[in-house]
Design a protein around this ligand. Structure first.
Ligand SMILES: Cc1cc2nc3c(=O)[nH]c(=O)nc-3n(C[C@H](O)[C@H](O)[C@H](O)COP(=O)(O)OP(=O)(O)OC[C@H]3O[C@@H](n4cnc5c(N)ncnc54)[C@H](O)[C@@H]3O)c2cc1C
Length: 491
């Protein structure tokens, strides 16, 4: 198609990816961002001498970032560098069981055999099954629009469909049941069930197909950008600027202008600005409720239940801990009870705790002898709960659990604190109910019920980011930009 004037609402990862791809194919792209900075959830926080990556901390699928530089014909090394992690995660249980998830599958399997007495083959078989699921269905369900007939008529999809009988267990069983079938130790089942939380879902409800997720982390690898996660945002923003994308910060779009069932521009402070095409990187729920309030609403899609949110304590800690790494998980004693509480809109008294310490790779992120702890638990999306009371209780429960597990007195070590909760996630990024990943994947149809990257009802309007297809998390948000730019190219 000929080059167009395209407006993108929001400079989150999906918006940046879309902007880069469209600018690289010659379109005139303008991005409007409500905040004073790009990146949305992928931002940073400075607390005195401590720096924190404020949102995402796990970096997988760097090839999707590499792709953006190669289509822009730029050398990624001039913008962005990253290392592969040797140890993906340090796992802790309160009964003193410790497990290092090595990146090398044989080392990981050997560690599991040593620490849990489980035959190494269970791990290698589980990772192989995860790889198989990805190879059979990954490109179909993640890299293409599910709502275009061209997708369903392609030979790749025909091949995927013929494989469905081989995947029935994975499709019709929960992740938990699928893991239980394969793994003999309850701690290993818990470890693999945890991957449901990577898109804010519940392993006891989400289909076994989600057991594709460990493939990304264990078979392809976990990585860390030099300088921290925020470098992803800075690199993509700079690449977009270098390709000629125009950014307007502190600009909240009020309305998408529709004429004759076609998006023709946007409205900001009662001023109308014309564009050939509009892409919303704003969460799809408020996009409809606020920017398209006078248009017909996809009620069923918008009513899909939201993913979980997060409660994060950013703590400056005046001590260093050798046994902790970049990613650490302190598991709960009763995993199922945690998810029952989340489903009921509350927080269990013994939640699984994730501690991310970027200082392990970026020494400047905390003063000498100190560490920057990003300490997070999964919490329900915001439905108007009494967050002040819930946060105060969770803080006490978390500190006590960390003390019990690591045998320390954490309260004495915290020198500064900042908190992020579902309400502040919502107010900072307009994510409905503060959900981290849009809608959850707790049923087999979730992928099909997620909003597509376009709408049949309004021409020249597109959607990217974690609340639409293919879903949340950095890799999928990057792919949403790929799908949108391909749809626009084909229009
Ligand atoms: C605490 C936390 C931990 C996470 N951990 C991980 C992780 O480890 N790994 C991972 O891959 N993912 C993780 N995620 C998820 C990941 O951050 C998101 O899926 C992804 O960053 C969302 O990108 P997005 O494109 O949907 O845009 P968002 O980040 O949601 O940004 C949308 C942008 O649009 C702007 N905007 C909204 N409305 C308007 C308007 N009307 N006008 C102008 N601008 C507007 C907002 O200001 C915002 O900047 C985490 C998220 C959080 C919050």
């Amino acid at each position: 198609m000929e080059n167009s004037k395209i407006c993108i609402i929001g400079a989150g990862i999906g918006g940046l990816s879309t902007a880069i791809r469209l600018a690289a194919t010659g379109h005139q792209v303008t991005v409007y961002e409500a905040n004073s900075y790009p990146g949305g959830k992928l931002t940073e926080l400075q607390l005195g001498d401590f720096r924190f990556d404020a949102g995402p901390s796990l970096f997988t699928m760097p090839s999707y970032i590499e792709d953006l530089f190669s289509i822009a014909e730029k050398d990624i090394k001039d913008y962005f560098q990253y290392d592969q992690l040797d140890i993906i995660c340090h796992y802790f249980w309160e009964d003193d069981t410790r497990l290092k998830a090595y990146a090398n599958a044989e080392d990981f399997a050997e560690e599991v055999e040593k620490q849990l007495g489980v035959p190494a083959k269970e791990i290698t078989d589980t990772l192989a099954a995860s790889a198989k699921k990805y190879h059979l269905t990954g490109t179909t369900f993640l890299e293409k629009s599910l709502h275009k007939s061209s997708t369903w008529l392609s030979s790749e999809v025909a091949r995927s469909i013929t494989q469905i009988p081989m995947l029935t267990g994975a499709v019709f069983q929960s992740m938990h049941k699928d893991n239980q079938r394969r793994l003999s130790h309850p701690k290993l089942v818990q470890l693999f069930d945890r991957f449901a939380t990577y898109n804010g879902s519940n392993p006891y409800k989400a289909p076994g197909m989600l057991n594709i997720i460990p493939h990304f982390e264990h078979n392809i690898g976990a990585f860390f950008p030099k300088g921290g996660m925020h470098q992803i945002t800075l690199a993509l923003y700079q690449l977009a600027v270098d390709l000629g994308v125009k950014f307007h910060f502190n600009q909240t779009i009020d309305k998408i202008q529709i004429k004759d069932k076609t998006a023709v521009g946007i409205q900001i402070n009662n001023e109308y600005r014309a564009y050939d095409k509009v892409v919303s990187n704003m969460d799809v729920f408020p996009t409809y409720k606020k920017l398209l309030a006078d248009q017909s609403q996809p009620h069923k899609t918008l009513a899909q239940p939201r993913s979980t949110s997060a409660l994060i304590f950013y703590w400056g800690i005046k001590k260093e801990f050798k046994e902790l790494g970049l990613h650490n998980i302190l598991f709960s004693k009763n995993y199922q009870r945690e998810f029952t509480a989340l489903d009921a809109g509350t927080i269990d008294e013994d939640p699984t705790i994730y501690i991310n310490i970027s200082k392990k790779y970026v020494p400047a992120d905390a003063p000498e002898g100190c560490e920057n702890w990003f300490t997070m638990i999964n919490v329900p999306a915001n439905n108007g709960q009494d967050w002040e009371t819930m946060i105060a209780k969770a803080r006490t429960d978390m500190i006590e659990k960390i003390d019990r597990t690591l045998d320390i007195n954490l309260k004495e070590l915290i020198v500064c604190e900042s908190i992020l909760d579902p309400r502040s996630i919502e107010s900072k990024t307009a994510s409905y109910q503060g959900a981290l990943y849009g809608t959850n994947s707790n049923n087999i149809f979730a992928a099909f019920l997620r909003h597509p990257n376009f709408t049949k009802k309004i021409k020249d309007l597109y959607f990217c980011g974690g609340s639409v297809h293919p879903g949340g998390g950095i890799p999928l948000c990057l792919l949403s930009g790929k799908i949108v730019s391909e749809l626009i190219q084909a229009s």
